[in-house]
Design a protein around this ligand. Structure first.
Ligand code: B16
Ligand code: MG
Length: 220
């Protein structure tokens, strides 16, 4: 993709705009302890970008507990995790925006790029509000309306529709392997944040590196 073709950006939220990943991990760790699954760094990483119920299934499976709970019990476990998570995110303020991201969002807005949100999180609109960022986005994909979550391309395809742009004019920003797969599947430019995202077309080690100039340089 040529830099000059870029007209819009589809943002992941957790791990890209705010470090809510640590809150998800904290809350899921409690669930893992409760069901008797050992919490490991690998499990923690694999849950990034994955929907709430799919995350729970992965935690149960990791400990061999996938058949130990009824659907009702699973829903109760997920609701309990979300309550714990809700308490953690209620402490968020604009000071919790990840390094460089406020400046990047301002730069995009000033230069007329259109922004949408492609977060798997049903809590995303609430988090944007806590961070004072709601107005930056043309729209937010509602993950409840998706037939498949990340790594399926659907969520990033929908984020481009919200922008009213063809895929080849849109870049997606992600911190998860599942999200990068989704962006690539939607034929958008994938920008990965983190060192483990080998499938990303453009990679930055952390959010402070993300700017239009650095994206342009990476595409040159
Ligand atoms: P919720 P993202 C994802 O958000 C998180 O990375 C993932 O850990 C979480 O399970 C998922 O949202 C669902 O979140 O339980 O709040 O609906 O990275 O796609 O912004
Ligand atoms: Mg994420």
């Amino acid at each position: 993709m040529k830099f000059a073709d870029l007209k819009g950006f589809a943002f992941d939220l957790d791990g890209v705009i705010a470090d809510t990943a640590k809150f998800h991990s904290q809350a899921w760790h409690q669930t893992a302890d409760k069901v008797g699954t050992t919490w490991t760094p690998e499990l923690q990483e694999a849950l990034k970008g994955v929907s709430r119920m799919d995350s729970l299934e992965m935690i149960l499976k990791a400990g061999g507990h996938e058949s130990d709970y009824t659907q009702e019990e699973k829903e109760a476990l997920a609701a309990e995790k979300n309550d714990n998570y809700g308490k953690l995110i209620a402490t968020l303020t604009p000071a919790d925006i990840l390094p460089g991201m406020q400046a990047f969002l301002d730069e995009l807005r000033e230069k007329g790029y259109k922004l949408s949100l492609a977060s798997a999180s049903k809590n995303a609109p609430k988090i944007l509000k806590y961070l004072g960022l709601t107005d930056y986005f043309v729209g937010v994909v509602d993950p409840a309306t998706l037939s498949a979550g990340k790594p399926d391309p659907e969520i990033f395809a929908r984020a481009a529709e919200i922008l009213d742009l063809p895929a080849n004019q849109v870049a997606g920003l992600e911190d998860s392997a599942a999200g990068i797969k989704s962006i690539n599947g939607a034929s958008e430019l994938s920008i990965g944040i983190g060192d483990q995202l080998s499938e990303a077309a453009v990679r930055f080690s952390d959010t402070s590196q993300v700017s239009l100039a650095n994206i342009e340089a990476a595409l040159r």
